[in-house]
Design a protein around this ligand. Sequence first.
Ligand code: SF4
Ligand code: SF4
Length: 154
Amino acid sequence: MKALAGGLITNTAAAYAFMLPYDHVLPIWGVQFEWQLDQFLSYQDQEPVMDAAMKTEIEKDLEELQGEFCRGCGYCMPCPVDINISDCARMSLMIRRAPAQGQLTPAMQAMMKKTEDCIHCGKCKSMCPYGLDTPTLLEKNYQDYKEILAGKEI
Ligand code: SF4
Ligand code: SF4
């Protein structure tokens, strides 16, 4: 279980506290930054306790991340035309939940443009453990990305 979903969830204490009651869950934290791992390690000595603020944040995350939500696990890769699926299929979320500037660099724009090369072979879709329609998700994320580049407010 990726507690931070590769960077889409940012409150390490809430993620840790949420998982504590589930003895059968083995966390693979899915951190984006080393400091997040440091925080998790510190919780082994001092466990965070679920409180009202954490619950509110988890509810908000649940609302935003349900449905067509790519976890960035990468099980659908490699792609035969080298599309970076695990980053491109969740760009709309990353750009809104992480600092947007880092997602709009020329390198990131080139990465997103590469989704145009999709040959719709269906390999990614058949491998996704969450049953996502990955090629369609890529198209939606790229469309949103182009609109953001053109000035759409995020
Ligand atoms: S459907 Fe498109 S994105 Fe998915 S593996 Fe095939 S070429 Fe890559
Ligand atoms: S499309 Fe599915 S398999 Fe691919 S990275 Fe996203 S969640 Fe994982």
